[in-house]
Design a protein around this ligand. Structure first.
Ligand code: SF4
Length: 444
């Protein structure tokens, strides 16, 4: 079969897609890069917000329009939350809930009749999608969440916590190393809950991956700021574990955090951050913040603004609260006025930009390693503009000579500030022998 894979939403959805691509290929199928070349199209949908659910519907309709003869399989959180509505959409042949995702390849093979496969005009070029970009792979290690944050539909859509066996994760990472990947990101819905159902934990998983694989760079995706043992930070003595933590704060005010049913308060968040910063040199701390949660008063907002600046973040994902049907928060009184939400979002984006610039300035003239991502962007003067991330997750750009690929290379660079009052990235002078020295910052 010729399979087209697509996903919306979170890194976990992407990690699942990468895993299905490998399974389909192992089963002798072709993963194609265009829906027009597919006999089966799979969408891993998202429903984290009402807007995301609308986008999932839109994507389903577009896929069917692009190739009405192909079979259309929809999985993911939107399929889990509204299976009947998805099944009723034109062109949808199979709806697979989140709890059956692990068996998606087997279900597609068993439930889609080969005889009903549309004949292909020509043998399409097999995509190198999920194969060629052997730079960073997202590896799903855990699914589901036992917490009940009031704004979150994911915990409802993805169900109870379940972890992949530790050896299975290690074997997958060794396979990825053999395929040429330089970086792996461990991802899950509630990563910190890894192993609870298997009598182990995230500390042991990370320790084992570092011991039993040769992955050059190991990253952790989003980590809720609780359930982390005091010795957790010892893991960063291994410099293959990247000095970047994404700890969702959501609010910097204790009364708002209580209404959100978050399992942390500002004092425990401060303690966690101080312990991490003490143990991990040059740590980049990033976070998620919800603006305009129901009942958020001016005083609560002021507390959040003050707290965020006290912590200092290298980057922030700022979400304007929108009610998500099916969550406790959507039924709460005191929904904040849209104009007020917009103003608070504008304010927080300005603060985030300033903190990011301050964080970047700390590292100018530093020499750090960058993993370059492909493809480079050819410039009119023949040189190539490359981008990548440092170990501590700083975005950098650099120029390379024509005809030379830096893709998937890890090279030492000297970090430089671009001529911008509010830089959101750095430039890099590639120190590897072949690199071209940067003539002037204005080149960027
Ligand atoms: S811990 Fe994360 S996934 Fe779980 S309910 Fe809270 S926000 Fe949702």
């Amino acid at each position: 079969m010729h399979i087209y894979l697509s996903s919306l939403g979170c890194r976990l959805n992407e990690a699942e897609l990468e895993s299905w691509a490998r399974q389909f290929r192992a089963g002798g199928h072709r993963v194609v890069s265009s829906p027009r070349d597919a006999q089966v199209m799979v969408l891993n949908s998202c429903a984290v917000t009402a807007e995301a659910a609308r986008k999932s519907r839109q994507f389903i309709n577009r896929l069917h329009r692009q190739n009405p003869r192909a079979h259309l399989v929809v999985t993911g959180c939107y399929a889990e939350l509204e299976p009947a509505r998805v099944a009723a959409l034109t062109g949808v042949d199979l709806v697979i809930g989140n709890r059956d995702k692990e068996r998606l390849v087997e279900l597609v093979e068993s439930q889609i009749e080969p005889a009903t496969m549309p004949r292909l005009a020509a043998e399409p070029e097999a995509t190198h999608m999920y194969a060629a970009a052997r730079t960073r792979a997202f590896v799903k290690v855990q699914d589901g969440c036992r917490n009940r944050c009031a704004f979150c539909i994911v915990t409802i859509a993805r169900g109870d916590e379940r972890s992949r066996p530790l050896r299975e994760v290690v074997d997958e990472i060794n396979q990825l190393v053999a395929e040429g990947y330089r970086e792996v990101v461990l991802t899950g819905v509630h990563l910190g809950g890894y192993g609870r159902d298997l009598g182990t934990d995230l500390y042991t998983l990370v320790q084992t991956v570092l011991r039993d694989t040769d992955i050059h760079r190991l990253r952790l995706s989003s980590l809720e700021p609780w359930d982390l043992p005091p010795h957790f930070w010892e893991l960063w003595q291994d410099t293959r574990l990247m000095p970047h933590l994404h700890l969702p704060l959501q609010s910097g005010c204790d009364s708002t955090l209580r209404r959100m049913a978050r399992r942390c308060d500002t004092a425990s968040y401060v303690a966690l951050v101080e312990a991490a910063r003490a143990a991990i040199p040059d740590l980049t701390l990033t976070t998620d913040l919800i603006v305009g949660f129901p009942g958020e008063t001016e005083a609560e907002w002021a507390a959040t603004v003050e707290f965020v600046q006290r912590i200092g973040f290298g980057h922030m994902h700022i979400f304007t609260y929108s009610p998500r049907q099916g969550t406790a928060a959507a039924r709460m009184k005191g929904q904040v006025d849209a104009k007020v939400k917009r103003e608070r979002s504008r304010q927080m984006h300005a603060i985030a930009a300033r903190m990011k610039a301050e964080h970047l300035r700390r590292f100018q003239h530093d020499v750090r390693e960058v993993l370059w991502e492909g493809p480079g962007e050819p410039l009119s003067d023949g040189r190539v503009r490359w981008s990548g991330y440092t170990d501590n997750y700083l975005r950098v750009y650099a120029l390379g000579p024509a005809g030379e690929s830096w893709e998937n290379q890890i090279t030492p660079v000297r970090l430089l500030l671009p001529p911008d009052p509010h830089p959101d990235h750095l430039m890099a002078e590639n120190l590897s022998p072949a690199a071209v020295p940067i003539p002037s910052p204005a080149a960027f």
